[in-house]
Design a protein around this ligand. Structure first.
Ligand SMILES: [Zn+2]
Length: 380
């Protein structure tokens, strides 16, 4: 029996004459006790995720036709129609909401305190019962909130669809980058299979990245509640990850098909789809702390030439890029060298070649936490 179901969810109109929607495609039995949620395009200007989600849907459709879907799988192939509408100078600019300049993947609600109040006298000794209780309380809290405005409604809707999933994958991309992954520290090494299967060149771990992105809104409450109630077993019940599918122009068919196939194998290995996945590839790079990521920034204006490629291992102090200012000492060949503060894999670079003070031009995944990082470990 086929299980595929398509639903439309309409957002409240934010301007006269518009009505936007998201579409969810679900497969598998709801009563399986297993749920995975996958979305693409929360940052609406990040193209690869749409293609990978689309190709994954093709694979899931085939599996569904064969009766092979064993757990509930929900895919939202275009999670942010608000961002998708933000065309400017002939490009989609879907990272920040034009309405308030807030990043679409930041400032999700943190329900930990509210849940803690509800469960304090009700937690037991069985991990699974505690998981069910916490999910029920999260649903109650979500149900009690009446979001105002289109983006607030969208964020609330996406979280309502995902909050009770065992696995949440939020598909993104960087500017020019290796495949890499962000997830909670408590989710490692459980998340190793994901990183290995998708050939992630870096996996960046944090208990609290400081920005409450979508993945953390689903996962962080579990270890925060576990810390609050140490006498009750509360497992990290949601393996949520932000999966960065290389760079924004990496939309070629071979790679996006392979990425979708890898996600399919991951789901197969986790028992969502019948059949045996091929042998798990070796992990490309061990996980490192998000606090160890060196954001190499420009200190001056200038035009950028990279001296290193994504995937290169760089050493502390080694030149990564050079800046030339066309008006400072013209003809003298003066260059400003940009280098990093750590040894590690250069896993992402910016796409444009103009620098200004404070602009992040490259990201290096170091093994040790860097000093002076502060509480916000993400870029804007
Ligand atoms: Zn993104």
């Amino acid at each position: 029996m086929r299980t595929k179901n398509i639903s439309e969810h309409f957002l409240p109109s934010s301007s006269i004459g518009t009505k936007r929607k998201i579409v969810t495609i679900s497969f598998g039995p709801k009563e399986s006790g297993k749920k995975v949620y996958i979305q693409a395009g929360l940052h609406a200007d990040e193209a690869p995720g749409y293609l990978v989600a689309g190709r994954l849907l093709e694979l899931l459709e085939k599996a569904d036709n064969s009766g092979d879907i064993l757990g509930e799988i929900i895919v939202v192939p275009a999670a942010n129609p608000v961002g998708l509408s933000q065309w400017n100078n002939d490009t989609v600019q879907g990272r920040f909401d034009n309405f308030d300049n807030i990043n679409f993947n930041r400032q999700y609600p943190d329900f930990t305190e509210k849940i803690a109040e509800k469960i304090a006298d009700r937690l037991g000794t069985e991990p699974l019962e505690n998981i069910i209780l916490i999910r029920e309380c999260t649903a109650e809290i979500l149900g009690s909130i009446k979001p105002e405005g289109e983006t607030e409604f969208l964020k609330h809707l996406l979280l309502s669809l995902s909050h009770d999933a065992d696995i949440v994958l939020d598909l993104h991309c960087d500017h020019q980058a290796l495949v890499h992954v962000y997830m909670g520290t408590s989710l490692w090494p459980d998340g190793k299979e994901l990183s290995a299967q998708i050939r992630a060149g870096a996996t960046l771990l944090a208990s609290d990245s400081g920005g409450t992105p979508f993945d953390e809104a689903n996962s962080k409450l579990w270890w925060e509640l576990a810390n609050k109630f140490p006498n009750h077993p509360i497992p990290p019940a949601c393996l949520a990850a932000t999966v960065e599918l290389r760079g924004s122009t990496d939309t070629n068919r071979q790679e996006t098909e392979q990425d979708a196939q890898n996600l399919y194998y991951f789901l197969q290995r986790r028992g969502y789809i019948a059949g045996a996945a091929p042998e798990l590839p070796e992990l490309v790079a061990d996980a490192t702390p998000l606090a160890g990521v060196d954001y190499v920034t420009a200190a001056t204006t200038g035009v950028l030439t990279f001296l290193k490629r994504v995937g290169d291992f760089v050493h502390k102090g080694e030149p990564i890029a050079e800046l030339i200012h066309p008006m400072n000492k013209p003809g003298a060949g003066e260059k400003v060298i940009l280098s990093g503060k750590t040894d590690g894999i250069l896993f992402a670079r910016c796409l444009d070649r103009f620098a200004r003070p404070g602009k992040v031009v490259a990201k290096v995944a170091g093994k040790e936490a860097l000093e002076g990082k502060g509480s916000n470990l993400l870029t804007s």
